[in-house]
Design a protein around this ligand. Sequence first.
Ligand code: AFP
Length: 359
Amino acid sequence: MHLGRTTLSKFLIQQLDGIEGARELGALLVDVAAAVKAISAMTAKGALAGLLGKVDSQNVHGEVQAKLDVIANDVLIRSNEWGGLVAGMASEELDDPYPVPPEYPRGRFLLIFDPLDGSSNADVNVSVGTIFSVLRHDRTDAPATADFLQPGSAQVAAGYAIYGPSTMLVLTIGKGTHGFTLDHEIGNFILTHPAMTIPADTSEFAINTSNARFWEAPVHRYVTECQAGRTGERGRDFNMRWIASMVAEVHRILIRGGVFMYPKDTKDPSKPGRLRLMYEASPISFLIEQAGGRSTTGRERLLAVTPTSLHQRVPVILGSANEVARIERYHAEHAAGHDAEFVSPLFNERSLFRPEARS
Ligand code: AFP
Protein backbone atom coordinates (compact mmCIF):
# COMPACT_ATOMS: atom_id res chain seq x y z
CA MET A 1 0.00 0.00 0.00
CA HIS A 2 1.49 3.32 -1.03
CA LEU A 3 0.48 5.94 1.52
CA GLY A 4 -0.87 9.08 -0.09
CA ARG A 5 -1.35 7.31 -3.45
CA THR A 6 -3.71 4.33 -2.96
CA THR A 7 -7.26 5.30 -3.86
CA LEU A 8 -10.33 3.80 -2.18
CA SER A 9 -11.22 1.87 -5.33
CA LYS A 10 -7.73 0.36 -5.69
CA PHE A 11 -7.71 -0.51 -1.98
CA LEU A 12 -11.09 -2.25 -2.22
CA ILE A 13 -10.05 -4.28 -5.28
CA GLN A 14 -7.10 -5.58 -3.27
CA GLN A 15 -8.95 -6.02 0.08
CA LEU A 16 -12.14 -7.63 -1.22
CA ASP A 17 -10.34 -10.55 -2.80
CA GLY A 18 -11.90 -13.74 -1.44
CA ILE A 19 -15.02 -12.10 0.00
CA GLU A 20 -18.38 -13.41 -1.24
CA GLY A 21 -20.06 -10.85 -3.50
CA ALA A 22 -16.80 -8.83 -3.56
CA ARG A 23 -17.56 -7.02 -6.81
CA GLU A 24 -21.01 -5.90 -5.64
CA LEU A 25 -19.83 -4.99 -2.13
CA GLY A 26 -16.97 -2.94 -3.55
CA ALA A 27 -19.33 -1.13 -5.90
CA LEU A 28 -21.72 -0.42 -3.01
CA LEU A 29 -18.94 1.07 -0.87
CA VAL A 30 -17.88 3.26 -3.82
CA ASP A 31 -21.50 4.48 -4.13
CA VAL A 32 -21.59 5.26 -0.39
CA ALA A 33 -18.29 7.15 -0.81
CA ALA A 34 -19.85 9.17 -3.63
CA ALA A 35 -22.75 10.14 -1.34
CA VAL A 36 -20.27 11.12 1.37
CA LYS A 37 -18.46 13.43 -1.09
CA ALA A 38 -21.77 15.18 -1.83
CA ILE A 39 -22.62 15.49 1.88
CA SER A 40 -19.11 16.83 2.54
CA ALA A 41 -19.64 19.55 -0.08
CA MET A 42 -22.96 20.52 1.55
CA THR A 43 -21.67 20.63 5.13
CA ALA A 44 -18.73 22.75 3.89
CA LYS A 45 -21.13 25.32 2.44
CA GLY A 46 -23.22 25.52 5.66
CA ALA A 47 -24.89 28.89 5.98
CA LEU A 48 -23.83 29.94 2.48
CA ALA A 49 -26.28 27.39 1.06
CA GLY A 50 -28.96 28.04 3.67
CA LEU A 51 -28.45 24.50 4.99
CA LEU A 52 -28.17 25.24 8.70
CA GLY A 53 -31.03 25.19 11.17
CA LYS A 54 -34.04 22.97 11.57
CA VAL A 55 -36.96 21.88 9.41
CA ASP A 56 -40.53 21.63 10.69
CA SER A 57 -40.65 17.83 10.57
CA GLN A 58 -39.68 15.33 13.27
CA ASN A 59 -38.12 11.91 12.88
CA VAL A 60 -39.33 8.63 14.33
CA HIS A 61 -37.73 9.54 17.63
CA GLY A 62 -39.75 12.74 17.92
CA GLU A 63 -36.59 14.75 17.34
CA VAL A 64 -36.83 17.93 15.26
CA GLN A 65 -34.73 17.31 12.15
CA ALA A 66 -31.89 19.51 10.96
CA LYS A 67 -32.04 20.55 7.33
CA LEU A 68 -28.79 18.68 6.79
CA ASP A 69 -30.29 15.49 8.35
CA VAL A 70 -33.01 15.44 5.72
CA ILE A 71 -30.75 16.34 2.79
CA ALA A 72 -28.00 13.89 3.77
CA ASN A 73 -30.63 11.16 4.07
CA ASP A 74 -31.93 11.97 0.59
CA VAL A 75 -28.42 11.94 -0.89
CA LEU A 76 -27.70 8.48 0.55
CA ILE A 77 -31.03 7.11 -0.71
CA ARG A 78 -30.65 8.56 -4.23
CA SER A 79 -27.01 7.43 -4.51
CA ASN A 80 -27.77 3.82 -3.61
CA GLU A 81 -31.30 3.02 -4.79
CA TRP A 82 -30.59 2.57 -8.52
CA GLY A 83 -27.37 0.51 -8.72
CA GLY A 84 -28.82 -2.97 -8.22
CA LEU A 85 -26.60 -3.50 -5.17
CA VAL A 86 -29.05 -3.05 -2.29
CA ALA A 87 -32.28 -4.96 -1.58
CA GLY A 88 -33.41 -2.18 0.75
CA MET A 89 -32.20 0.58 3.06
CA ALA A 90 -32.97 1.81 6.59
CA SER A 91 -32.18 5.18 8.11
CA GLU A 92 -32.39 7.01 11.41
CA GLU A 93 -34.50 9.55 9.52
CA LEU A 94 -37.06 7.05 8.15
CA ASP A 95 -39.71 5.34 10.28
CA ASP A 96 -39.65 2.17 8.13
CA PRO A 97 -37.18 0.55 5.72
CA TYR A 98 -36.91 2.12 2.26
CA PRO A 99 -37.80 -0.39 -0.49
CA VAL A 100 -35.87 -0.16 -3.75
CA PRO A 101 -38.31 1.41 -6.29
CA PRO A 102 -39.72 -1.16 -8.76
CA GLU A 103 -37.98 0.51 -11.69
CA TYR A 104 -34.59 -0.45 -10.26
CA PRO A 105 -33.04 -3.95 -9.80
CA ARG A 106 -32.57 -5.25 -6.25
CA GLY A 107 -29.22 -6.45 -4.94
CA ARG A 108 -28.16 -8.72 -2.10
CA PHE A 109 -27.12 -6.16 0.53
CA LEU A 110 -28.97 -4.06 3.10
CA LEU A 111 -27.63 -0.57 3.75
CA ILE A 112 -28.44 1.03 7.11
CA PHE A 113 -27.28 4.52 8.06
CA ASP A 114 -27.39 7.55 10.29
CA PRO A 115 -27.06 10.18 7.56
CA LEU A 116 -25.76 12.95 9.77
CA ASP A 117 -24.77 11.94 13.28
CA GLY A 118 -24.19 14.83 15.65
CA SER A 119 -26.26 17.09 13.41
CA SER A 120 -27.11 19.33 16.36
CA ASN A 121 -23.45 20.39 16.10
CA ALA A 122 -23.68 21.48 12.45
CA ASP A 123 -25.04 24.93 13.36
CA VAL A 124 -22.06 25.56 15.67
CA ASN A 125 -19.56 24.28 13.09
CA VAL A 126 -18.38 21.26 15.08
CA SER A 127 -17.47 18.02 13.29
CA VAL A 128 -20.40 15.80 12.30
CA GLY A 129 -20.50 12.46 10.51
CA THR A 130 -22.30 9.79 8.52
CA ILE A 131 -22.39 6.24 9.91
CA PHE A 132 -23.25 3.22 7.74
CA SER A 133 -23.63 -0.54 8.08
CA VAL A 134 -23.91 -3.26 5.42
CA LEU A 135 -25.72 -6.55 6.00
CA ARG A 136 -26.50 -9.41 3.61
CA HIS A 137 -29.96 -10.20 2.20
CA ASP A 138 -29.50 -13.52 0.45
CA ARG A 139 -32.93 -13.56 -1.20
CA THR A 140 -34.33 -11.88 -4.29
CA ASP A 141 -37.57 -10.71 -2.67
CA ALA A 142 -37.95 -7.29 -1.06
CA PRO A 143 -36.73 -7.28 2.55
CA ALA A 144 -39.15 -6.94 5.44
CA THR A 145 -38.17 -5.07 8.60
CA ALA A 146 -37.34 -8.42 10.22
CA ASP A 147 -34.62 -9.00 7.58
CA PHE A 148 -32.74 -5.96 8.92
CA LEU A 149 -32.78 -7.22 12.53
CA GLN A 150 -29.40 -8.95 12.41
CA PRO A 151 -26.74 -8.76 15.15
CA GLY A 152 -23.75 -6.52 14.54
CA SER A 153 -21.59 -9.62 14.14
CA ALA A 154 -23.43 -10.29 10.85
CA GLN A 155 -22.20 -7.06 9.24
CA VAL A 156 -20.13 -7.48 6.08
CA ALA A 157 -18.93 -3.87 6.11
CA ALA A 158 -19.28 -0.73 8.22
CA GLY A 159 -17.85 2.74 8.32
CA TYR A 160 -18.22 6.41 8.99
CA ALA A 161 -17.43 9.67 7.32
CA ILE A 162 -16.26 12.54 9.51
CA TYR A 163 -16.78 16.06 8.15
CA GLY A 164 -14.11 17.90 10.11
CA PRO A 165 -11.10 20.02 9.20
CA SER A 166 -10.65 17.28 6.59
CA THR A 167 -13.28 14.84 5.35
CA MET A 168 -12.32 11.26 6.11
CA LEU A 169 -13.90 7.90 5.40
CA VAL A 170 -13.06 5.13 7.89
CA LEU A 171 -14.27 1.65 7.03
CA THR A 172 -13.88 -2.08 7.58
CA ILE A 173 -14.86 -5.16 5.58
CA GLY A 174 -13.62 -7.40 8.39
CA LYS A 175 -9.93 -7.09 7.50
CA GLY A 176 -8.90 -4.26 9.81
CA THR A 177 -10.03 -0.64 10.08
CA HIS A 178 -8.66 1.77 7.48
CA GLY A 179 -8.88 5.55 7.00
CA PHE A 180 -9.08 7.55 3.78
CA THR A 181 -8.81 11.31 3.39
CA LEU A 182 -10.81 13.13 0.72
CA ASP A 183 -8.60 15.04 -1.70
CA HIS A 184 -11.11 17.67 -2.77
CA GLU A 185 -8.94 18.74 -5.70
CA ILE A 186 -9.17 15.35 -7.44
CA GLY A 187 -12.39 14.17 -5.73
CA ASN A 188 -10.80 10.93 -4.54
CA PHE A 189 -10.48 9.23 -1.15
CA ILE A 190 -6.80 8.44 -0.57
CA LEU A 191 -5.55 5.84 1.93
CA THR A 192 -3.87 7.81 4.72
CA HIS A 193 -4.52 5.69 7.83
CA PRO A 194 -4.05 1.98 7.02
CA ALA A 195 -4.68 -0.62 9.78
CA MET A 196 -5.81 1.83 12.48
CA THR A 197 -5.04 0.39 15.92
CA ILE A 198 -6.44 1.51 19.29
CA PRO A 199 -3.89 1.51 22.17
CA ALA A 200 -5.04 -1.02 24.80
CA ASP A 201 -4.54 1.50 27.63
CA THR A 202 -5.62 5.11 27.90
CA SER A 203 -5.98 8.02 30.31
CA GLU A 204 -8.79 9.77 28.43
CA PHE A 205 -12.52 9.18 28.81
CA ALA A 206 -15.59 10.71 27.15
CA ILE A 207 -18.99 10.87 28.80
CA ASN A 208 -21.71 13.49 29.26
CA THR A 209 -21.17 14.15 32.99
CA SER A 210 -24.36 16.20 33.23
CA ASN A 211 -26.07 12.80 33.46
CA ALA A 212 -23.99 11.68 36.46
CA ARG A 213 -26.92 11.50 38.87
CA PHE A 214 -28.63 9.02 36.54
CA TRP A 215 -25.67 6.65 36.06
CA GLU A 216 -25.58 3.09 37.29
CA ALA A 217 -23.11 2.30 40.08
CA PRO A 218 -20.35 0.69 37.90
CA VAL A 219 -20.16 3.76 35.62
CA HIS A 220 -20.16 6.11 38.59
CA ARG A 221 -17.39 4.02 40.18
CA TYR A 222 -15.25 4.16 37.01
CA VAL A 223 -15.69 7.89 36.36
CA THR A 224 -15.13 8.79 40.03
CA GLU A 225 -11.83 6.88 39.95
CA CYS A 226 -10.77 8.69 36.76
CA GLN A 227 -11.63 12.05 38.39
CA ALA A 228 -9.63 11.13 41.51
CA GLY A 229 -6.62 10.70 39.26
CA ARG A 230 -3.26 10.12 40.91
CA THR A 231 -4.81 10.69 44.37
CA GLY A 232 -7.05 7.64 44.03
CA GLU A 233 -7.34 4.01 42.95
CA ARG A 234 -5.92 4.54 39.45
CA GLY A 235 -2.72 6.31 40.57
CA ARG A 236 -2.65 8.53 37.48
CA ASP A 237 -4.50 11.56 36.18
CA PHE A 238 -7.10 11.26 33.42
CA ASN A 239 -8.31 13.73 30.80
CA MET A 240 -11.94 14.13 29.68
CA ARG A 241 -13.54 15.01 26.36
CA TRP A 242 -17.18 15.39 25.26
CA ILE A 243 -17.82 16.67 21.73
CA ALA A 244 -21.44 15.41 21.58
CA SER A 245 -20.71 13.99 18.14
CA MET A 246 -20.09 10.25 18.42
CA VAL A 247 -18.15 10.05 15.16
CA ALA A 248 -15.67 12.69 16.37
CA GLU A 249 -15.17 10.90 19.71
CA VAL A 250 -14.70 7.54 17.97
CA HIS A 251 -12.24 9.01 15.48
CA ARG A 252 -10.15 10.42 18.32
CA ILE A 253 -10.18 7.00 19.99
CA LEU A 254 -9.08 5.25 16.79
CA ILE A 255 -6.20 7.73 16.48
CA ARG A 256 -4.96 7.95 20.10
CA GLY A 257 -7.06 5.65 22.29
CA GLY A 258 -9.67 6.48 24.91
CA VAL A 259 -13.03 5.33 26.21
CA PHE A 260 -16.43 6.58 25.02
CA MET A 261 -19.46 5.96 27.20
CA TYR A 262 -23.13 6.60 26.64
CA PRO A 263 -24.27 4.07 29.25
CA LYS A 264 -27.63 2.88 30.45
CA ASP A 265 -28.99 5.42 32.89
CA THR A 266 -32.19 6.17 34.78
CA LYS A 267 -32.82 9.51 33.07
CA ASP A 268 -35.58 7.93 30.96
CA PRO A 269 -36.28 4.39 32.17
CA SER A 270 -38.04 3.66 28.86
CA LYS A 271 -34.71 4.09 27.06
CA PRO A 272 -31.82 1.65 27.74
CA GLY A 273 -29.41 4.28 26.40
CA ARG A 274 -29.38 7.17 23.95
CA LEU A 275 -27.57 5.65 20.98
CA ARG A 276 -29.27 3.49 18.37
CA LEU A 277 -28.08 -0.05 17.84
CA MET A 278 -28.42 -0.63 14.11
CA TYR A 279 -26.94 2.52 12.61
CA GLU A 280 -24.72 3.89 15.37
CA ALA A 281 -23.56 1.29 17.90
CA SER A 282 -23.22 -1.79 15.66
CA PRO A 283 -21.23 -0.24 12.79
CA ILE A 284 -18.99 1.72 15.17
CA SER A 285 -18.42 -1.42 17.29
CA PHE A 286 -17.34 -3.35 14.19
CA LEU A 287 -14.74 -0.66 13.43
CA ILE A 288 -13.57 -0.57 17.07
CA GLU A 289 -13.11 -4.34 17.32
CA GLN A 290 -11.34 -4.48 13.93
CA ALA A 291 -8.92 -1.87 15.35
CA GLY A 292 -8.20 -4.02 18.42
CA GLY A 293 -10.60 -2.23 20.79
CA ARG A 294 -13.60 -3.52 22.75
CA SER A 295 -17.26 -2.49 22.62
CA THR A 296 -19.86 -3.51 25.17
CA THR A 297 -23.24 -2.63 26.62
CA GLY A 298 -21.54 -3.05 30.00
CA ARG A 299 -23.11 -6.46 30.31
CA GLU A 300 -22.45 -8.07 26.91
CA ARG A 301 -20.38 -7.68 23.73
CA LEU A 302 -22.21 -5.10 21.65
CA LEU A 303 -21.84 -6.98 18.36
CA ALA A 304 -23.67 -9.92 19.96
CA VAL A 305 -26.87 -7.91 20.57
CA THR A 306 -29.68 -9.07 18.27
CA PRO A 307 -32.03 -6.18 17.48
CA THR A 308 -35.71 -6.49 18.28
CA SER A 309 -36.65 -3.25 16.51
CA LEU A 310 -35.13 -1.08 13.80
CA HIS A 311 -34.61 2.01 15.98
CA GLN A 312 -33.86 0.41 19.32
CA ARG A 313 -31.39 2.08 21.64
CA VAL A 314 -28.53 0.41 23.49
CA PRO A 315 -25.96 1.34 26.14
CA VAL A 316 -22.52 1.93 24.59
CA ILE A 317 -19.09 1.65 26.27
CA LEU A 318 -16.21 1.32 23.79
CA GLY A 319 -12.56 2.02 23.11
CA SER A 320 -9.22 0.96 24.58
CA ALA A 321 -9.53 -2.75 25.37
CA ASN A 322 -8.06 -2.77 28.88
CA GLU A 323 -10.18 0.16 30.10
CA VAL A 324 -13.39 -1.25 28.60
CA ALA A 325 -12.60 -4.62 30.18
CA ARG A 326 -12.24 -2.85 33.54
CA ILE A 327 -15.67 -1.22 33.16
CA GLU A 328 -17.18 -4.61 32.24
CA ARG A 329 -15.57 -6.04 35.38
CA TYR A 330 -17.14 -3.27 37.45
CA HIS A 331 -20.55 -4.18 36.00
CA ALA A 332 -19.99 -7.87 36.87
CA GLU A 333 -18.78 -7.05 40.40
CA HIS A 334 -21.85 -4.86 40.94
CA ALA A 335 -24.18 -7.60 39.70
CA ALA A 336 -22.50 -10.01 42.14
CA GLY A 337 -22.73 -7.49 44.99
CA HIS A 338 -18.93 -7.34 45.29
CA ASP A 339 -18.41 -3.59 44.89
CA ALA A 340 -19.96 -2.13 48.04
CA GLU A 341 -16.62 -0.82 49.31
CA PHE A 342 -16.10 1.11 46.08
CA VAL A 343 -19.53 2.59 45.39
CA SER A 344 -20.92 5.60 47.24
CA PRO A 345 -24.09 4.61 49.17
CA LEU A 346 -25.74 7.42 47.21
CA PHE A 347 -25.61 5.12 44.19
CA ASN A 348 -26.91 1.92 45.67
CA GLU A 349 -30.42 0.70 44.96
CA ARG A 350 -31.81 2.77 47.86
CA SER A 351 -30.19 5.77 46.22
CA LEU A 352 -31.08 9.38 46.88
CA PHE A 353 -30.77 9.69 43.12
CA ARG A 354 -33.55 7.23 42.30
CA PRO A 355 -35.58 8.89 39.53
CA GLU A 356 -38.68 9.18 41.68
CA ALA A 357 -36.53 10.84 44.35
CA ARG A 358 -35.80 13.73 41.95
CA SER A 359 -37.58 16.93 42.90
P1 AFP B 1 -27.60 14.31 17.44
O1 AFP B 1 -27.41 13.57 16.15
O2 AFP B 1 -29.06 14.50 17.81
O3 AFP B 1 -26.81 15.57 17.51
O4 AFP B 1 -27.06 13.34 18.61
C1 AFP B 1 -25.71 12.97 18.53
C2 AFP B 1 -25.56 11.71 19.39
O5 AFP B 1 -26.44 10.73 18.93
C3 AFP B 1 -24.12 11.21 19.39
O6 AFP B 1 -23.45 11.49 18.20
C4 AFP B 1 -23.50 11.91 20.57
O7 AFP B 1 -22.43 11.19 21.15
C5 AFP B 1 -24.66 12.02 21.54
O8 AFP B 1 -25.86 12.03 20.74
C6 AFP B 1 -24.62 13.29 22.34
O9 AFP B 1 -25.67 13.22 23.28
P2 AFP B 1 -25.86 14.41 24.33
O10 AFP B 1 -26.37 15.59 23.53
O11 AFP B 1 -26.88 13.87 25.32
O12 AFP B 1 -24.53 14.69 24.96
